[in-house]
Design a protein around this ligand. Sequence first.
Ligand code: A2P
Length: 269
Amino acid sequence: MMDTGHDQITAAPPGYHAEEVTSVHHWTDRLFSFTCTRDPALRFTSGQFAMIGLLVGGKPLVRAYSMVSPAWEEQLEFLSIKVPDGPLTSRLQHIRVGEKVLIGRKPVGTLITDNLLPGRNLWMLATGTGLAPFMSLVRDPEVYAKFDRVILAHTVREARELAYREYITHELPEHELLGEDVRAKLVYLPAVTREPFPVTGRITTRLESGAAEREAGVEPLDPARDRVMICGSEAMNADCRALLDARGFVEGTNSAPGSFVVEKAFVTK
Ligand code: A2P
């Protein structure tokens, strides 16, 4: 058998469920996703993350991963970058169907609609794998019950990194349970920064110039009406936060809802 650098999981260590991988998809040489079984006892809210990983040298090697799958889905799905010398991702990228992964029993996180005050438009600003929690949220009926318009702005370096683009544009609008809400309320804004594409430029630049609002067909960002969720790199989060602070947005937390919430896209190494 090929040595993938991790132990076979026969029993889950305390605090984890051991789940079986049911599919693996490699988007690019830097990006992959996989699905696995879900213990019926695992509860989470769409947008949250859990500690997930492998058993290495008899110990859990785990990182925080946002669930890509919505809370109602029977299986779990995760999106990951592949870092050649990353302790977890260098191993996890070789995971195969039938192998087991560890899933932490206590999902948490701030990117949940309960942390936002009521509003009309919900902006989701994602870069790279920061898309993950929003894939969960755009498939949660509660999001559409709370907002008139849901704007998913995903910005990446190269077009092929626009994971789930086909799914969002073609499958989701036809989804049996969500299709009607998606067609009426979801606006998808894919953009690329390092090669030609119909929409180019960082989300921060496009919000500053008003281009992003024009792309979405809505009024300029306003804390009276708009709510924002942010998930990207440390630098992207900081720049988005500064932009929103300057416009009078207030950050929401698990104890006090606000007009925006932030979480960093995990697993950068
Ligand atoms: P750029 O190509 O101009 O750096 P990364 O893979 O480095 O996380 O980048 C993912 C996307 O996020 C890229 O399109 C990148 O644009 C963009 N990005 C990186 N840093 C920032 C930032 N501080 N603010 C907004 N967007 C950013």
